[in-house]
Design a protein around this ligand. Structure first.
Ligand SMILES: C[S@@+](CC[C@H](N)C(=O)[O-])C[C@H]1O[C@@H](n2cnc3c(N)ncnc32)[C@H](O)[C@@H]1O
Length: 215
């Protein structure tokens, strides 16, 4: 399923679930799915499962590109309400992910090809030190403290990053229309093609900021 269609289906389902106030935006879900399709990672770590919106999208995307059982997805969530909702919302995908309540519960030696950040301790740099040589980092929304930690942790390695924003709008519960959220992407040891792609994304975001100001 194309990223936009998968994101729309997942977002439609999760926005009706209890605790949906802080779920990922549809634009961010689509960005995550597109990145997973492209990178096809085998080992994925997610910080902040919440009620499971990004987790569900990631599982569906990973199943499409790697098949059932072709990937490991570990998610970190410590809130009892979210953990209960996650179990309920992902009951049909329970075998596809592993839940831990603390990063410390994971073996020190475990490394990941793809890191999804939509929660977790905003002052903890450790997840960014668990990245495999060609890993990708996806940060939902505008998590500046974690973006800064990520960039500090990558010092000394070759990497490229971009902030992706959209002109798409969504309606809030009270009726107000706002621009949909975006995300940040980081690629370690980028290829020439990835550098080019990120450069084009940067240009696109610069244009989006300008058009948003005019809107
Ligand atoms: C914005 S919500 C995640 C939403 C989720 N991605 C979704 O779209 O449904 C952030 C989550 O991070 C979790 N969180 C925050 N700090 C945490 C920590 N130190 N350890 C584990 N989970 C944490 C919160 O409990 C919350 O559920």
């Amino acid at each position: 399923m194309p990223p936009r269609a998968l994101a729309a289906a997942v977002h439609r389902r999760f926005r009706q679930r209890p605790g949906s106030k802080h779920i990922a935006t549809e634009s961010a879900i689509a960005g995550l799915v597109a990145a997973l399709y492209r990178r096809r990672p085998a080992r994925v770590l997610e910080l902040g499962a919440g009620i499971g919106t990004l987790t569900a999208a990631a599982i569906d995307a990973l199943r499409a590109v790697r098949g059932d059982g072709g990937f490991e997805l570990v998610t970190v969530e410590d809130d009892p309400f979210c953990i209960a909702q996650l179990a309920c919302n992902l009951a049909d995908r329970a075998a596809a992910y592993e839940l831990v309540t603390r990063l410390d519960d994971l073996d020190e030696a475990r490394r990941f090809d793809f890191l999804i950040v939509d929660g977790g301790d905003p002052a903890d740099p450790r997840p960014f030190h668990r990245l495999a040589p060609r890993a990708t980092v996806f940060i939902e929304g505008d998590r500046k403290p974690q973006a800064a930690l990520c960039e500090a942790a990558l010092a000394g390695r070759r990497w490229i990053g971009v902030e992706v924003r959209t002109l798409r709008r969504r309606r809030l519960a009270e009726g107000r229309r706002v621009f949909d959220g975006g995300y940040r992407l980081y690629q370690l040891a980028p290829s020439f093609g990835e550098r080019l792609r990120f450069a084009l994304l940067r240009l696109r975001t610069a244009l989006v900021w300008r058009l948003r100001r005019l809107a």
